[in-house]
Design a protein around this ligand. Structure first.
Ligand code: SF4
Ligand code: SF4
Length: 259
């Protein structure tokens, strides 16, 4: 996490976080009327221009907007991919050995604890009031924030995440803000503190936030070492890349055993 950056109209660019850019759209397009969600960061372009998404074709980039027919098709595509991925991961999880399931339960619990600690810093900075005024601008690029780790945090307890709405800028953005509890919110969302929030933290709190971000990143990336479908680039992007292959299979070249 980085210190304050100037607030400018339009897209902000900053190479931090999960290795890619992060930023916000100053004018949110929809949702979050009461501005209650936790901060998030994402691609600096509208989600349909996400670089790893199949919809990021040159023609679309060139014109900068997506014709309605492609927009509808894109939403349908993501919905279908989600509908295939959710049960597939559920079935795969059932076939895992007890040791792997227990590792997933413990690892997601550790992540949940650290995410709550990060959220305490956000609360200490009076984040909700600022997000309310801003109306959750940084959730405008959340399409691919949700990862396999976040899905497993639900499935390992026999639960399912809220039904995503892919017509929103983030599929988990509701009228009253984020529909995911802090403990199961994506890494990108939890670690992002925009400059307005960041400046409210003391130096010690900023150090703590950086420390927590580093720990959380390592904890998420630990899943990447064990499961092919895990990546901070997002669940659906990985599912698309794997094209029907198991998301909970070991990634190619995996040498790290769970246990
Ligand atoms: S105030 Fe900052 S963290 Fe909160 S929603 Fe706006 S950009 Fe995001
Ligand atoms: S999951 Fe979506 S709605 Fe929730 S904080 Fe992240 S970007 Fe915002």
């Amino acid at each position: 996490m980085r210190a304050a950056r100037p607030r400018l109209p339009g897209w902000l660019l900053e190479a931090v976080g999960n290795g890619g850019p992060r930023g916000m759209v100053i004018a949110p397009r929809s949702g979050n009327r009461r501005g209650e969600q936790d901060p998030a960061y994402g691609s600096l372009r509208p989600s349909f221009l996400f670089p790893e998404d199949r919809w990021s074709g040159t023609a679309v980039r060139a014109c900068g907007t997506l014709p309605l027919i492609f927009w509808v098709e894109m939403i349908q595509y993501r919905e279908q991919l989600w509908q295939r991925t959710l049960p597939a991961v559920g079935v795969e999880l059932q076939t895992l050995c007890a040791q792997k399931k227990s590792w997933i339960a413990a690892a997601t619990a550790r992540i949940a604890r650290n995410q709550l600690l990060m959220h305490e810093l956000y609360l200490a900075a009076d984040g909700p009031a600022m997000c309310c005024r801003c109306q959750g601008a940084c959730c405008a690029c959340g399409t691919h924030h949700f990862t396999l780790v976040n899905l497993l945090a639900y499935l390992i307890h026999g639960e399912s995440p809220p039904s995503p709405n892919f017509s929103q800028t983030c599929p988990f953005l509701g009228e009253s803000g984020c529909r995911l509890p802090v403990a199961r919110r994506p890494f990108n969302c939890v670690i992002f503190l925009c400059e307005d929030v960041w400046e409210q933290l003391s130096e010690q709190q900023q150090r703590q936030a950086r420390h927590l971000e580093n720990i959380l990143r390592r904890q998420y990336q630990m899943f990447d070492k064990h499961f092919a479908g895990s990546s901070l680039h997002g669940l659906l992007i990985r599912a698309e890349r794997l094209d029907g292959q198991a998301l909970l299979a070991p990634p190619p070249g995996c040498v790290v055993a769970i246990g």
